[in-house]
Write a new protein. Structure first.
Length: 80
């Protein structure tokens, strides 16, 4: 967890700052768990960090859509 704690903390701060601004923000990322696992410790730490970043971003987002083979699949829809 040591390698990912500081960058994750920074990402959370930046994400929360964006949420405080007016407007609409769209983030696009890939899903780290849907590929071959990294062979090195640094690669695994990066994959872990990216997964945690995606989890946090999704938890703060109003809507989340997973796109597979060009097909959008709603994961989280905005509250009504």
């Amino acid at each position: 967890m040591g390698r990912v704690a500081q960058p994750l903390h920074q990402f959370k701060g930046e994400t929360d700052a964006l949420r405080a601004l007016p407007g609409r923000f769209i983030a696009v990322t890939n899903e780290p768990g849907m590929r071959v696992h990294a062979e090195t410790a640094v690669g695994r730490a990066f994959t872990d960090l990216r997964g945690r970043v995606n989890q946090y971003a999704a938890s703060r987002a109003d809507a989340v859509t997973l796109v597979v083979s060009g097909l959008p699949m709603p994961i989280k829809t905005p509250p009504r």
